[in-house]
Design a protein around this ligand. Structure first.
Ligand code: SF4
Ligand SMILES: [Zn+2]
Ligand SMILES: [Zn+2]
Length: 307
């Protein structure tokens, strides 16, 4: 198989795009695609200050790499969850983010959940849900709270996350199978800051396959954590990703078609009548000042307030 641009030996064959590229052309193509989607969905400009949420994984570190190559002002945010899982998951992912920042001369902000709130994610979940379930709901709530606060207080125009096409289609499949209109309305490449205190969120990699992002990280020589968070095992999102991979193996391009057709349907007004039911109820949490639809304090402040 040969690179369609230069005829050299191809390093990757993307059946979903009917495109084979050599290493050099692939390493140019991924940032060019990312730039295309940043512009298409009007995510941010060269004048904006961007905060990239980095986890130590391939997608977020590659996103940070791509943004700085494209000339954007992008700082990183690492959230220390305090998850060990027998593999020192949080310590290792923090180390890799710090190494990446240092070697690229970039600024990394670190927020440790344990140091800041007195309890790590496993401790918080043990106290609040008595460890009966996975800590993912507690973890998701905490990450959203910290990401919004760090971006708002740090004076950033936008928060960027490394969600790739596989993440987005797995979420979309879950929302569609359960037919959750409120989530479908809000899913997309950009989540607008439609209330005071909310920071704009964007997903510049939302149209790039996970497999291609892994190839980018490896070919670019980015050192990232291979292990998933130990709590991700058995999650719905992994199950949906496997289903979609089976579909993709038979029908190359199925994932990108599913996602782009959804965005097109939204643009054509499919969900126009479905206003976000929580938007009108939003008010500032009396404890942290972040917008919430819960009566009184926000869910995060209620969870971290000890009895
Ligand atoms: S899988 Fe791990 S990082 Fe992801 S939400 Fe669950 S606990 Fe948090
Ligand atoms: Zn080439
Ligand atoms: Zn609050």
């Amino acid at each position: 198989m040969k690179c369609v641009k230069c005829g050299q030996k191809a390093a990757i064959n993307m059946r979903h795009h009917k495109l084979a590229l050599c290493k050099d052309h692939f390493l140019e193509w991924i940032p060019a695609q990312t730039q295309r989607f940043i512009e298409k969905y009007r995510m941010f400009s060269l004048q904006d200050k961007v905060l990239v949420a980095v986890s130590g994984g391939k997608d977020s570190l590659s996103l940070w790499d791509i943004l700085q190559r494209l000339g954007y002002q992008a700082d990183g945010l690492y959230i220390g969850l305090g998850i060990d899982g027998g593999i020192g998951y949080s310590n290792e992912s923090q180390r890799l983010c710090e190494e990446f920042a240092k070697s690229h001369g970039l600024r990394l902000r670190v927020v440790s959940v344990g140091a800041e709130f007195g309890e790590t994610i496993p401790e918080l979940s043990l106290r609040t849900i008595r460890g009966k379930e996975k800590p993912c709901a507690v973890c998701g709530l905490t990450k959203r709270h910290i990401m919004n606060r760090a971006a708002r207080d740090g004076g950033y125009d936008v928060l960027a996350t490394g969600h790739n096409l596989d993440d987005e289609t797995a979420t979309l499949l879950g929302n569609t199978l359960n037919w959750i209109p409120g989530y479908l309305v809000r899913q997309g490449p950009v989540l607008e800051a439609d209330k005071p205190g909310l920071v704009r969120k964007v997903k510049p990699l939302c149209r790039i396959y996970e497999r291609d992002m892994a190839a980018y990280a490896i070919l670019r020589g980015i050192e990232y954590i291979y292990e998933e968070c130990p709590h991700a095992v058995g999650s719905n999102s992994i199950f949906y990703k496997e289903l979609l991979n089976n579909l993709e193996a038979e029908r190359p391009g199925a994932k990108i078609n599913f996602y782009v057709a959804f965005l097109q349907a939204k643009e054509n007004g499919l969900f126009a009548a479905q206003a976000d039911p929580d938007l009108d109820k939003l008010h500032a949490c009396p404890s942290c000042g972040q917008p919430t639809s819960a009566p009184g304090m926000c869910a995060f402040c209620r969870m971290t307030a000890k009895a």
